[in-house]
Design a protein around this ligand. Structure first.
Ligand SMILES: C[S@@+](CC[C@H](N)C(=O)[O-])C[C@H]1O[C@@H](n2cnc3c(N)ncnc32)[C@H](O)[C@@H]1O
Ligand SMILES: Nc1nc2[nH]cc(C(=O)O)c2c(=O)[nH]1
Ligand code: SF4
Ligand SMILES: [Mg+2]
Length: 240
C-alpha cells in the first residue's frame, strides 16, 4: 500500500474556517507544500521545522489513528496541509473514508488538480493574495472550476486578507468565479504569539476592518466575511 506523508492527525474539534465553520470534524494534516506563503500559520508542514513529526502512513493506518483518537464520535474529516493536492495517492484515504460513511472536507490553495476532488463533499479553494508572496496560476484555477462545474460538488473560495491590495485581489477572484460561494477571511499576522488576549483583541480589530470594507463596498454583495474561529478559542495552539 502506498504511503501518505502525515504531519498530524487531531480532533474531534470544530472547523474554524470557511463554508463549514462550526462543523465537528477530525483533521488530517499532510506534510509538504508547493507554496511558501510569508504568513503561513502551518509553516511547520513545509519549512523543515516539523520534520521529526512526519510519519508515512497508509490509508488504513490513518483510519486506525482517526478511530483511536476519535472513536465513534465523528462523521466528518477535514484534510489539510501543507497542500494535500500534491498527493495523488490520497485517493486511497478518500475512498476508505467514503466507504466508512465519513463526509470529507479539503483545504487547498488551487495550485494542483487531483481526480479525487470529485469525491470531496466540501472542497475549499484558497488562492493566495499578494501579501503571501505567491503567484496565482489562473490556468489551473480555471481548470479546477471548469472540471467541477457540472458536478453537484460543494466547492467554495476563501481568500485571506491582510491589506487593501489583498482585498482587491479577493474581489478579482470573486468576480472571476461569481457563482462560487466566496469567503473573505481575516489574516493572522502574528501566528506564533502565545499571548491569547492580545492576539484576540488584535484579530477582532482586523475582523472589524474587513467587515467595514465589505459593507461599504458597492462592488461586492454576495460574500461572507469570517474570522478564523479557532484562533478566538485556542489562540495559535497547534492541533486544535
Ligand atoms: C494552512 S493552509 C493549508 C491548506 C492549503 N495549503 C491552503 O493554503 O489552502 C489552510 C488555510 O489556512 C489559511 N491560513 C494560513 N495562514 C494563515 C494566516 N496567518 N492567517 C489566516 N489564515 C491563514 C490558508 O489561507 C488556508 O486557507
Ligand atoms: N479548528 C481548525 N480549523 C481549521 N480550518 C482550517 C484549518 C487548517 O489549518 O487548514 C484549521 C485548523 O487547523 N483548525
Ligand atoms: S499554501 Fe497553505 S500550507 Fe502552503 S504555505 Fe500557503 S498557507 Fe501555508
Ligand atoms: Mg490552520
Amino acid at each position: 500500500m502506498s504511503k501518505i506523508p502525515v504531519m498530524e492527525i487531531f480532533g474531534p474539534t470544530i472547523q474554524g474556517e470557511g463554508s463549514m465553520i462550526g462543523q465537528k470534524t477530525m483533521f488530517v494534516r499532510t506534510a509538504g507544500c508547493d507554496y511558501s506563503c510569508s504568513w503561513c500559520d502551518s509553516a511547520f508542514t513545509w519549512d523543515g521545522s516539523g520534520k521529526e513529526y512526519i510519519t508515512q502512513l497508509t490509508a488504513e493506518e490513518i483510519w486506525a489513528e482517526l478511530k483511536r483518537i476519535g472513536g465513534d464520535g465523528f462523521s466528518f474529516v477535514t484534510i489539510s496541509g501543507g497542500n494535500p493536492a500534491l498527493l495523488k495517492n490520497l485517493d486511497s484515504l478518500v475512498a476508505l473514508l467514503k466507504e466508512q460513511g465519513i463526509k470529507m472536507g479539503v483545504e487547498t490553495q488551487g495550485s494542483r488538480w487531483q481526480d479525487w476532488f470529485y469525491e470531496i463533499n466540501e472542497l475549499t479553494i484558497s488562492p493566495k493574495p499578494p501579501s503571501s508572496g505567491m503567484k496565482t496560476d489562473f490556468g489551473i484555477l480555471d481548470e479546477i472550476f471548469t472540471k467541477l462545474q457540472n458536478n453537484q460538488h460543494h466547492v467554495s473560495l476563501k481568500v485571506v486578507i491582510f491589506n487593501d491590495e489583498d482585498y482587491e485581489y479577493g474581489k478579482a477572484i470573486h468576480h472571476r468565479y461569481p457563482d462560487i460561494p466566496f469567503f473573505f477571511q481575516v489574516g493572522n499576522d502574528d501566528s506564533t504569539t502565545t499571548d491569547d488576549s492580545k492576539l484576540i483583541s488584535r484579530l477582532l480589530q482586523k475582523y472589524e476592518w474587513l467587515i467595514d470594507k465589505v459593507v461599504q463596498d458597492q462592488d461586492v454583495t454576495n460574500v461572507k466575511v469570517l474570522p478564523q474561529l479557532h484562533t478566538y478559542v485556542w489562540g495559535n495552539k497547534r492541533g486544535v
